[in-house]
Design a protein around this ligand. Structure first.
Ligand code: SF4
Length: 433
């Protein structure tokens, strides 16, 4: 335990520190906006924060900014403004909230964000590409799309030794070299490989810590809720990638979770059901959504969200600091292809989660405005049900648009789901299943 932290400070420290870091991050963005310094607009699936920070570019995650408008219950104002401009109700709500943010000169409930000097994105979501084209038209700045090859087949992830891995890594490394040249042009700064090595060292500490925290949540009782607490941890994972504050946060989070495990302190006082969440959270009623499960003693022990939105840190991959550029390419290839696997080939990993975390139920949550993570969930559910004898729930709403979120309907479905879980447990106790 760190020298100053007593048990009373330790439990809940990750949530408090995560909120503090988030404010700090936004204060920095506000300063950059006030000084008219441009930021790097990036996405959670392959942000390259460790590289961009070496060029002193403030990191702006439009996805995170947009979801914050929903958590703060003002997303509808932003969505309406974008729809009034002609953007369809069906497209990604994050894009529309960002368009309205740009029209408001970067104003968000958390503060003001700078304009983009550059956008760096991957092919992990096709919306990223069309979204960046909007910024290119608005600001005449460059957008660099990293084309990261995905896994060719279920059960064959991109890993060292796999067929074609070296070729794919070289392909990504060549793009990274191009990107570095572009970053030098945009920032008028020379690339500094020692700064990159240092940032990658911090990213290694973060990855090691995040993987450990995720693994620790297999404890019974589970130590944090993957949906509510997990989203705070994800924010740090993305916003502070390659930053000493991010590395420290995850070191301390491991300490907190180890302490909770050693002392049997769970996230719920009375954990009855252990669940896995598939998809993007319901941000318009974020806290209430989690309560609809916790009121029944249900907690989320893991999720696909902590998988695809962790920027690869969930895998615990550590860079080889002796060969930074090639290793950065390897990490990007592994991290982004793994994030894509959560959409294209999720079933085996979900089955493993069910086993490793002793899961009672899997909750599928497709949302109207993110087709990337929602398409295929029905098929994935059917496949998982064939592989594992586990209860599941399929509920639809949205991550941004409160017009398609019905709390009453969700509650009915969720209550019925728990009735099924209770009944199954009673039957098991009676030796009937
Ligand atoms: S479609 Fe989904 S994955 Fe793509 S940007 Fe929107 S929310 Fe993110």
């Amino acid at each position: 335990m760190s020298q100053t932290a007593g048990p009373e400070d330790l439990v809940g420290r990750g949530n408090r520190e995560g909120a503090r870091l988030f404010r700090e991050w936004f204060d920095g963005l506000g300063r950059a906006a006030a000084e008219d310094r441009g930021g790097a607009y990036v996405f959670v699936m392959g942000s390259l924060g460790e590289l961009l920070s070496t060029f002193d570019l403030p990191l702006v995650f439009p996805e995170i900014n947009s979801l914050q408008t929903a958590v703060r219950r003002v997303a509808h104002e932003y969505l309406n403004e974008a729809e009034d401009m002609g953007y369809s109700p069906d497209i990604c709500g994050y894009v529309k909230a960002d368009i309205a943010t740009q029209m408001r000169k970067g104003e968000l409930p958390m503060g003001r964000i700078p304009k983009p000097s550059i956008a760096v994105l991957t092919n992990a979501c096709n919306t990223y590409i069309k979204w960046a084209e909007i910024w290119e038209r608005m600001y005449k700045m460059p957008a660099y799309v990293l084309d990261v090859p995905g896994s060719r087949q279920d059960g064959q992830p991109a890993r060292r030794g796999a067929t074609g891995f070296d070729r794919d890594r070289k392909y990504v490394a060549a793009q990274l070299r191009e990107l570095i040249t572009l970053l030098e042009e945009v920032t008028k700064k020379k690339f500094d490989i020692d700064r990159l090595r240092e940032a990658m060292g911090h990213a290694n500490t973060m990855s090691r810590g995040w993987k450990r925290v995720l693994d620790l949540n297999a404890s019974r009782p589970s130590l944090f809720n993957a949906l509510s607490d997990g989203t705070i941890f994800l924010g740090v994972c993305n916003g502070f990638r390659g930053h000493p504050a991010g590395a420290k946060f995850f070191d301390e989070l491991v300490e907190e979770m180890e302490y909770k495990r050693a002392n049997g302190i769970g996230t719920l006082f009375d954990e009855k059901f252990r669940l896995v969440f598939v998809g993007v959270p319901c941000y318009p009623i974020f806290r209430r959504f989690t309560e609809l499960f916790s009121e029944h003693g249900g907690t989320f022990v893991n999720s696909t969200y902590l998988w695809f939105a962790s920027g690869g840190s969930n895998l615990g991959f550590e860079y080889d600091l002796a060969d930074p550029l090639e290793s950065l390419a390897e990490g990007l290839l592994i991290g982004v292809s793994d994030a894509m696997d959560s959409m294209f080939f999720p079933t085996h990993t979900l089955a493993k989660m069910v086993d490793d975390y002793a899961v009672d139920g899997v909750v599928y949550h497709p949302v109207k405005s993110c087709r990337t993570t929602s398409t295929g969930q029905a098929d994935s559910r059917r496949a998982l049900m064939e592989m594992r004898d586990v209860n599941s729930l399929f509920i639809e709403s949205d991550m941004m648009d409160r017009r398609v979120v019905s709390e009453a309907q969700l509650k009915n479905r969720i209550d019925a789901f728990f009735e099924g879980l209770v009944s199954r447990r009673q039957q098991a106790a009676a030796g009937l299943v």
